[in-house]
Design a protein around this ligand. Structure first.
Ligand SMILES: NC(=O)c1ccc[n+]([C@@H]2O[C@H](COP(=O)([O-])OP(=O)(O)OC[C@H]3O[C@@H](n4cnc5c(N)ncnc54)[C@H](OP(=O)(O)O)[C@@H]3O)[C@@H](O)[C@H]2O)c1
Length: 271
């Protein structure tokens, strides 16, 4: 059944990277349901085209396909250039990501480079591509998908965690830079979610305790509920929201405490 709406004209275009599967595919569905027209970005053209057709039929929105490998500089630049000049874009979800879960010394350096490029560099470049238009218009929403591994590294996730840590600080920094504007920035930090990412990482979803794994529907619906509620940092699976506040306050206090200009007394250097 087609749920027609005229939202696209009013809401504009949402770009979703990594829309061919998992969390990104869910974002595409939910944003189309809200009435956004879409630009769907990923490598797998067949999946993007099938999703585009599905969303056009289901919600009556426009859904353009942009095939790109965001780990490739030429493709990344092409996507950045494309979205930078599209003034209909009002929302960007930087969701595309990949993982390789092994002890650091067992990961070839080109795999580590690719993790950095897809998970961190592409988020940076594409955020910076849309922000000038958002700032000029004084409206627009940037959603960057980090992870609970943005603030935690397991013995097999060091490089992935480091890339996701970049997403966290970059996004919080942008939020603070843009605090007095009409541009909204949300950092989403999901925990384990039932997607292909795990099997592709080499770790295997079956190795996770099913009780700790969220569905993509719950993850995205919670993240969008957080956005609607005005959250700038959303941890979909964390019950006690004050956890983030405590973490954030500790971070800010430690920075403030570092501004002494002299060695700490425990080093016995005087002064
Ligand atoms: N699943 C979890 O437990 C979990 C937890 C926390 C955070 N996250 C984050 O959530 C985001 C979505 O991941 P997911 O779990 O939904 O994984 P997924 O099901 O494997 O989907 C990843 C998406 O990213 C795209 N992608 C991967 N490499 C790409 C590249 N080089 N260029 C362009 N697109 C690329 C994939 O499309 P193509 O293969 O078609 O290119 C796919 O659409 C990621 O940023 C991930 O780090 C996931």
């Amino acid at each position: 059944m087609s749920t027609q709406n005229n939202g696209g004209a009013a809401l504009g275009v949402a770009v979703v990277t990594g829309a061919s599967a998992g969390i990104g595919k869910e974002y595409a569905d939910r944003l189309a349901k809200r009435g956004y027209d879409l630009i769907l970005v990923a490598r797998r053209k067949d999946r993007l085209e099938a999703l585009s057709k599905e969303l056009r039929n289901k919600y009556g929105v426009k859904a353009e396909v942009l095939v790109a490998d965001l780990g490739n500089d030429t493709d990344l630049k092409r996507v950045g250039d494309t979205i930078a000049v599209n003034e209909r874009i009002t929302l960007l979800v930087n969701n595309a990501g990949s993982s390789a879960l092994k002890p650091s010394i067992n990961l070839p350096v080109d795999v580590v480079d690719n993790l950095m490029d897809v998970n961190a560099k592409s988020v940076t470049h594409l955020s910076l591509a849309v922000l000038p238009t958002f700032i000029k218009r004084n409206s627009g929403t940037l959603i960057n998908i980090g992870s609970v591994l943005s603030f935690y590294a397991t013995p097999i996730s060091t490089s992935y965690s480091a890339a996701k840590a970049h997403v966290m600080l970059f996004t919080i920094g942008l939020r603070d830079e843009l605090a007095n504007t009409g541009v909204r920035v949300q950092l989403v930090l999901p925990a384990s979610t039932g997607t292909d990412l795990w099997d592709l990482s080499g770790f295997g979803l079956k190795n996770l305790d099913p009780a700790t794994v969220m569905t993509t529907e719950h993850c995205v619906d919670a993240a969008l509920a957080g956005l609607d509620a005005g959250e700038t940092v959303t941890l979909p699976s964390v019950e006690d929201a004050s956890r983030w506040e405590v973490f954030d306050k500790a971070r800010l206090a430690m920075f403030a405490d570092s501004q002494t200009g002299k060695p700490a007394s425990r080093y016995g250097l005087g002064g």
